[in-house]
Design a protein around this ligand. Structure first.
Ligand code: ADP
Length: 476
């Protein structure tokens, strides 16, 4: 569209100039005496100057090529006058000089036009790239901060504002750390501004940890700034720490388990070797004592293996509760009966509300919870002390508690004792233990929709509570 209009304008200009150039001859030829004027018969160098208009316009509209074509066309127009119409001294020389000068001016116009167009194109491209880049920064989940060499913040993306609040215009050390001066020792800004890409971690006093990558960034004024991305890695760090802790616990457990497996096996081996010795005569009482020793060690082994298996089944989700309606008092009595038989030196008492509502639970799993709690109660208290099991109904739940008069649990341990493999600082009265018993209890109770917790005063016994939902009314 622009091309066609320019062409017509150029044609009109060129035509007008050509007409003017030969207007004197046209007046004479047509006999328009009224139009006879000195100007049309004057120096034709002046008339040629008009051709600068189409030549420069061609340079502007069609660049160098256009200017050259129109200059050559003008030369063709000039030639008849030089050779035929009014040969003047050195007509060719003056025409050629003018043509070269005009052609150069037109071409120069074309070059300038090209340059200015290229410049505006590059500026627009730069602007759109910048907008695209800032748009991308806006959408980024990570925080982005651009700070100048004077530590002033030029830009914060929404992710950064979400994490640290507004702060454009302030100094980065004030914004991030509330300092009055740059953080000389740890600050990476000078090295980033000198061209390096730096990575570091910030641990803030409130526990948040950020992984930061700083890279040089040239702003719209050509100033080298630091573009820093902040990734919140607090959770990842916590998981890493937990994994390290878990790893440590697992190694401790492995050495503990091997020890726990080896000691009963060593006792059993020792006892059986004594029993098998043909040269030593053992009386009945000694034999019975040795055999009951084998029985006890075998029980210890069995309990350890059972706990390990239970935990792995619970973790794999294959030990699902097979729920049925049952009475908690029956489960308590069954668990107690066995414990009373094993731990003859403890005093076991029960305090159960009469008419306790039925629960809907896997009886064998709940029995396992009680056995674990009772075993701990006997293991962490002296012989001759009392162990009490209470059962009450509270709202739509049945609450069971197991209290002992043993060593108690320090406050700092109370929050952790239900964690897998965690073993408190308290020592068992008898060897054994894996740090799995309470973790199993918690997994079972949570699977039943109940809660489990412990209360204790160090040195004055502990009470473990758990709740189970009451069975829904039966449809008769
Ligand atoms: P463990 O095999 O070590 O007994 P548990 O998971 O059963 O593992 O218990 C975890 C920790 O809880 C124990 O190491 C112990 O410190 C503490 N604990 C559990 N029951 C009692 C209790 N009745 N009295 C004192 N401390 C206890």
């Amino acid at each position: 569209m622009f091309g066609t209009r320019s062409f017509y304008i150029l044609l009109a200009l060129f035509g007008l100039c050509s007409l003017l150039y030969y207007f004197g001859e046209l007046i004479d030829f047509a006999g328009w005496t009224a139009l006879r004027h000195d100007f049309f018969y004057g120096v034709h160098d002046v008339h040629r100057l008009f051709f600068l208009a189409p030549i420069i316009y061609a340079g502007h509209a069609y660049r160098v090529k256009g200017a050259v074509v129109v200059t050559l066309a003008a030369l063709i127009v000039f030639l008849p006058r030089a050779f035929v119409v009014s040969p003047f001294p050195d007509p060719m020389l003056r025409i050629v000089l003018f043509t070269v000068a005009a052609g150069l001016m037109g071409s120069f116009t074309g070059v300038i036009r090209n340059q200015s167009e290229l410049r505006s194109y590059l500026e627009a491209l730069l602007r759109s790239e910048r907008d695209r880049f800032l748009g991308m920064l806006d959408k980024m989940e990570d925080g982005v901060m651009i700070a100048g060499p004077d530590y002033r913040i030029h830009f914060l993306n929404p992710g950064m504002v979400r994490e640290f609040g507004e702060g454009v215009g302030s100094h980065c050390y004030e914004y991030l750390h509330n300092f009055d001066d740059p953080c000389n020792q740890i600050c990476k800004l000078p090295s980033v501004i000198s061209g390096a890409i730096e990575r570091w971690e910030y641990n803030f006093p409130d526990g948040r940890t950020y992984e930061v990558v700083g890279s040089p960034f040239v702003d719209s004024n050509g100033v080298v700034c630091q573009l820093a991305t902040f990734r919140n890695i607090t959770q990842r760090k916590q998981v890493e720490l937990e994994l390290i802790e878990l790893d440590k616990l697992k190694s401790e457990l492995l050495s503990n388990i091997s020890h726990e497996l080896r000691s009963p096996l060593t006792s059993i081996k020792g006892i059986t070797s004594s029993l098998l010795q043909k040269d030593i005569e053992l009386d009945d009482e000694t034999q019975e004592m040795l055999l009951s020793g084998v029985g006890e060690e075998t029980d210890r082994l069995a309990s350890l293996v059972t706990k390990l298996l239970d935990m792995s089944k619970l973790e794999a989700g294959v030990w699902k509760p097979e729920k049925e309606r049952c009475h908690i008092s029956d489960i308590i009595n069954e668990a107690l009966e066995h414990q009373k038989w094993i731990h003859k030196k403890h005093i076991f008492e029960t305090d159960m509300e009469t008419d306790l509502p039925e629960i809907y639970a896997d009886c064998s799993q709940i029995r396992q919870v009680l056995v674990n709690l009772l075993e701990n109660a006997t293991a962490y208290s002296e012989d001759g002390t009392r162990i009490t099991i209470r059962a009450t109904s509270v709202d739509s739940e049945v609450e069971v508690s197991v209290s002992d008069e043993g060593v108690g649990i320090p406050q700092e341990d109370l929050g952790k004792i239900f964690d897998k493999f965690y073993r408190g600082i308290q020592k068992r009265q008898k060897p054994g233990g894996t740090g799995l018993g309470l973790a199993i209890c918690r997994a079972i109770i949570l699977n039943h929709g109940g809660r489990i917790w412990a209360e204790s005063e160090n040195g004055h016994g502990s009470t473990f509570h758990f709740t189970l939902p009451v069975a829904p009314p039966s449809r008769k």
